[in-house]
Design a protein around this ligand. Structure first.
Ligand code: UD2
Ligand code: MN
Length: 571
């Protein structure tokens, strides 16, 4: 039985999404994590047919290609499944090429209408909300480097088709020096013929998404700036709740719930406000998702009230245009991809703003397992961007990030302007941010015990790989090597045995590594006075068996169940 109402989690239902860090030297897949996520999302998805059918799509918009009949591929957000083996050699080549160019199934996308219909994915509580009758208007800014034609246009049409005309000032497409042919003259011609509200702006050279967004913002004229990735689909009613929140306070920075458009089938997956996650990060300065913290659940008035989020994913958000400038736009010194989302999140919170997820606003995004485009060669841009933000915003806490690189920061350029900005805005400290905005963040310096975990009888240590692909892997036993690495663990105040976002997890069968969920349950451990590692829920202890394996056994006080941490905080 679960202890004192602690949830017992078979598998957490808010596993990290696909925001894998795109370190150049580590572009490998997080297959295990993604599979788990997909499995969970399948369970979350509300059957489309059980909901109110999507209402008609407003048609007061630009002239466009014909709308598809209801049974056409992908309509209502349905999956398009293609049996590659049944394709002719020529078609199969196109199919492969689509995947290679985009890291999603462009071939499937090309079969789907640019106007495909989607279910009304909002929670029923959203349907009764009355928004201000006068709302600010918005410029929608979409930056892209080499986006697929049908995917880019579906992004544009989803906005045009589902946004009241008076709220949409313009859509600004920022081409970040794409090399795909269709994104040049063909796009210009199409935009000129079909659209009135769409502008194309081109960066003369590759700038990366951060400076590309700055370029878009510099020409935008709407009251609000709304950023979207170039592979999104906005759903019915997506914009009003975002603008309404900004109308209440210019320093509210808001994001929609980001639904998942499956990379292979274009199936539109969504969950309810109750399963929505908030943004966090780890000490590798990697963004991650978490369940809504208990305090935040209690603070909110209704299940669909705005959710305060310590960080945002980065691609999809709305911000008052003047506030965007006031708060320091972005750090122009950041390259290509990464870090800008945490930088803006910390900045907004520390300098007096608020970052929220708005549960009644849903926008789908294609999450990819690899980055399809070229990066800057010879530079670890994610590290460079992260060091820049750590230098400016993290105060003493930056040491936890720098430890990862043995304090070898590399070239990160000049951050004096950003430091001056922080001073000018009189922003609060990072310590304030953690204590007030992200109290559940694990602080390595606060671990109750850390280092290797050695068995009392034999010099064998609990061992599991450090890399991100380790999730869902068994914990192994290895001769203690005193090198840290795979044998470095920390015991958190909450009773987790963890490294970064990886926690030891026991769901009844094996001792595993799983993403930390912060809800105790299967990840709750007790290091007893007699040095046992007791799993709180099952009451079993970690044992080194005679045949050199790890087993979860009834606690019996034997030395094979006793473990010593390298460093322990005396009590
Ligand atoms: C996530 C964000 C993304 C950004 C990134 C961190 C979501 C859904 N996505 O990664 O917006 O915050 O984290 O930096 O929150 N692009 C360019 N020039 C480049 C590289 C990319 O214009 O040099 C465009 C790209 O075409 C896309 C957007 O920037 O429209 C984001 O890139 P991504 O889709 O590869 O990033 P994603 O979703 O993995
Ligand atoms: Mn994206």
């Amino acid at each position: 039985p679960a202890a004192q109402g602690q949830p017992v989690i078979e598998r957490p239902n808010f596993d990290q999404l696909r925001f894998q860090q795109r370190m150049q030297e580590d572009a490998r897949l997080e297959i295990a994590r993604l599979d788990a996520k997909r499995r969970i999302q399948k369970e979350m998805v509300v059957s489309i047919t059980t909901r109110t059918p999507a209402m008609h799509i407003e048609q007061d918009k630009e002239p466009s290609v014909d709308r598809a009949p209801p049974d056409a591929p992908g309509e209502q957000g349905r999956a398009v499944s293609i049996d590659k083996e049944k394709l002719s050699a020529a078609e199969r080549a196109k199919f492969e090429e689509g995947w290679n160019h985009n890291a999603f199934n462009e071939y499937a996308s090309n079969m789907i209408s640019l106007h495909r219909s989607l279910p009304d994915v909002r929670d029923v509580e959203c349907l009764d909300i009355k928004y201000h009758t006068v709302l600010p208007d918005t410029s929608v800014i979409v930056v892209f480097h080499n986006e697929a034609w049908s995917v880019l246009l579906r992004t544009v049409y989803s906005v045009l088709d589902r946004t009241p005309a008076k709220l949409l000032k313009e859509i600004i497409l920022v081409d970040d020096a794409s090399t795909f042919d269709h994104l040049h003259k063909r796009l210009d011609d199409y935009v000129a013929i079909k659209f009135k509200k769409v502008k194309v702006v081109r960066a003369p050279q590759r700038e990366g998404l951060i400076r590309a967004r700055l370029l878009g913002a510099s020409v935008a004229t709407g009251d609000v700036l709304t950023f979207l990735d170039s592979h999104c689909e906005a759903t019915k009613g997506w914009l009003e709740p975002l603008l309404d929140r900004i109308a209440q306070n210019w320093s509210n920075v808001v994001t929609p719930v980001i639904d998942v458009i499956e990379d292979g089938t274009f199936k539109f997956l969504y969950g309810s406000a109750k399963t929505t996650s908030v943004g966090g990060f780890d000490w590798n300065l990697q963004f991650n998702w978490h369940g809504i913290p208990e305090e935040e659940r209690l603070r909110r008035e209704t299940p669909v009230s705005p959710i305060r989020s310590p960080t945002m994913a980065g691609g999809l958000f709305s911000i008052d245009r003047k506030y965007f400038n006031h708060i320091g736009t972005y750090d122009r010194g950041m390259e290509i991809w990464g870090g800008e989302n945490l930088e803006m999140s910390f900045r907004v919170w520390m300098c007096g703003g608020t970052l929220e997820i708005i549960p009644c606003s849903h926008v789908g995004h294609i999450f990819r397992k690899r980055s399809p485009y070229s990066w800057k060669s010879g530079v670890n841009v994610v590290k460079k961007n992260s060091v820049r933000l750590a230098e400016v915003w993290l105060d003493d806490y930056k040491k936890y990030y720098y430890e990862r690189y043995n304090n070898n920061l590399g070239e990160y350029g000049d951050v004096s302007e950003r430091k001056a900005l922080r001073k000018r805005l009189q922003c609060k400290t990072f310590d304030w941010y953690i204590k007030n905005i992200y109290p559940s963040l694990f602080i390595p310096g606060e671990a109750m015990a850390s280092g290797e975990i050695q068995n009392e009888v034999e010099a064998q240590c609990l061992d599991s790989p450090v890399d991100k692909n380790a999730h869902n892997k068994p914990v192994k036993l290895w001769p203690c090597h005193k090198q840290g690495g795979n044998q470095y663990w920390m015991l958190s105040k909450e009773g987790e045995i963890r490294r970064d976002e990886a926690c030891m997890d026991f769901a009844g069968q094996f001792l595993m590594i799983y993403p930390c969920h912060g809800m105790k349950g299967n990840q709750h451990w007790e290091y007893t006075k007699s040095n046992e590692l007791r799993h709180y829920h099952s009451g079993l202890c970690i044992e080194l068996t005679k045949d050199q394996k790890i087993k979860m056994k009834t606690c019996d006080g034997s030395t094979r169940q006793k473990w010593l941490w390298h460093r322990q905080i005396p009590d």
